[in-house]
Design a protein around this ligand. Structure first.
Ligand code: C5P
Ligand code: MG
Length: 159
């Protein structure tokens, strides 16, 4: 019998001038970016928490504390790859991941394909197992006012 588990992830970072905007490991050309101890890749952080959540393995801060100088400026690929390794080590495989980035601007849809390809590469998945969606916040609230950005992710794992 196939066992199935799902995990949920969410992340939120402040918008900041003079920082890169990196989403799903892809640098988006933009005059602002996201503040954070690592590369502030909210999409990969939410996805990492979703994978950890699926197997009740804690959260990203437990595995990669932001007080640890080793993770300052770290590329979030490493967090996601580590979470995927923990999942596979336990005999599970990732069935699919689905994500949403909520950012008022810039438009991100032209970056959907490279972001999906990069996540598929990190997780060792086919492209059709990786979904990436974008939403504005309709100019309402901190995300809508351009003060922050959010990402949500869900991951399903099977054994
Ligand atoms: O938020 P809203 O429903 O108005 O977004 C409409 C579409 O615009 C989304 O489905 C998405 O394809 C695109 N979008 C985008 N980049 C954003 C926000 C939305 O490409 N930052
Ligand atoms: Mg809408």
């Amino acid at each position: 019998m196939t066992a199935i588990r799902t995990g949920l992830g969410w992340d939120n970072h402040r918008v900041a001038d003079g920082r890169p905007l990196i989403l799903g490991g892809i640098t988006i050309p933009c005059e602002f970016g996201l503040d954070g101890h690592s590369d502030a890749d909210i999409l990969l952080h939410a996805l990492t928490d979703a994978l950890l959540g699926a197997l009740a393995l804690g959260d990203i801060g437990m595995h990669f504390p932001d007080s640890d100088p080793r993770w300052k400026g770290a590329s979030s690929d490493r967090f996601l790859a580590h979470a995927a390794m923990l999942v596979r080590e336990r005999g599970w495989s990732i069935a699919n991941v689905d994500t949403t980035v909520i950012l008022q601007r810039p438009k991100l849809k032209d970056f959907r394909q490279p972001i999906r390809e990069n996540i598929a590469r990190i997780l060792g998945l086919e492209l059709d197992q990786v979904s990436v969606k974008f939403k504005t916040a309709e100019k309402v609230g901190p995300v809508g006012e351009g003060k922050s950005a959010e990402a949500q992710a869900i991951a399903t794992v099977v054994k």
